[in-house]
Write a protein that binds this ligand. Structure first.
Ligand code: A3P
Length: 275
């Protein structure tokens, strides 16, 4: 069945939660508060993981909030139809989530001191994760890996270009209220904290892949099958770095590298996968 995406400012969004009104409201009218904290990602980069981490930081590592309240209520998706209402009634300081590219992020952010935490991931692992996500999301129509890879590079995937998303947000890299981290660095956190403080240890344990898989408040297992059908695969699928090596052919890898070099030219940052 063809999926009718919602298009806003040239970017298409999955229709289940998004509307032109919610996106336009988020862009033009949403009032950012100075004490807001935004969890921003391109899809499949560790969004839900960062939601768990930030919720646990707020709870000083104690997991009770994470285990009793849905992640989407702890950190509403403020640019979506349902998330918008939750965000408007959320008492300060708010934790908020989105996949918005920089150019359609709330205009009121420009003059605020609200914090942005931007998590990004090796784009090749993003494509692989996206590929499996498409199998369990009825709103994502591409189920053939070469087709998804081509769509990712064009780009014609929902949420727009990974390359533009990263370039747009990385323009803020020198701002005090902007912090970026990679999925690959997050995987090292447990190793770096040696010996970790008790709160850090609790946080690392409760935000671990294993703990998250067992927590229905973040594993998406409670979603109805027409939104996410986890009989076809798990949302928290593998949680590893470098799975692209099991999926890209040599030719696909070479082509992707060429496109990556072209599209990221002039970006003055070296990510773990560039080294
Ligand atoms: P995989 O499909 O590669 O397993 P998002 O939340 O942006 O949709 O990202 C989902 C990806 O993040 C999935 O990747 C998921 O398994 C991974 N992920 C979520 N929590 C994680 C954790 N605690 N540790 C490692 N990876 C995690």
């Amino acid at each position: 069945m063809p999926v009718h995406y919602v298009t806003y400012k040239g970017i298409k969004f999955p229709p289940a939660y998004n509307s032109v009104h919610s996106l336009s409201f988020a862009h033009n009218e949403f009032l950012v508060r100075d004490d807001d904290v935004f969890n921003i990602t391109y899809p499949k980069s560790g969004t839900v993981w960062m939601t768990e981490i930030l919720s646990l930081i707020r709870s000083h590592g104690h997991p009770i909030w994470n285990q009793t309240v849905l992640n989407s209520d702890r950190m509403p998706w403020f640019s979506t139809r349902l998330g918008l209402e939750a965000a408007l009634s959320y008492p300060s300081p708010r934790l908020l989530t989105c996949h918005l590219p920089r150019h359609i992020f709330p205009k009121s952010f420009s003059h605020s001191t609200a914090k942005v935490i931007y998590t990004l991931r090796d784009p090749r692992d993003v494509v692989v994760s996206y590929f499996y996500f498409c199998q369990i999301k009825p709103t994502h129509s591409i189920v053939y890996f070469p087709a998804l890879l081509a769509a990712f590079c064009l780009p014609s995937v929902p949420h727009g270009s990974w390359f533009e998303h990263v370039r747009g947000w990385m323009q803020m890299k020198d701002r005090e209220n902007f912090f970026f981290i990679t999925y690959e660095e997050l995987k090292q956190v447990g190793i770096l904290a040696d010996p970790p403080a008790p709160n850090v240890l609790m946080l690392v344990q409760n935000a671990s892949f294993t703990a998250m898989r067992q927590n229905p408040m973040c594993s998406s297992i409670l979603l109805p099958a027409d939104i996410m059908d986890q009989t076809k695969g798990q949302f928290l699928r593998k949680g590893i770095c470098g799975d692209w090596k099991n999926h890209f052919t040599v030719a696909q890898s070479e082509t992707f590298n060429r496109i990556y070099q072209e599209k990221m030219r002039g970006l003055d940052v070296a990510f773990p996968w560039d080294r």
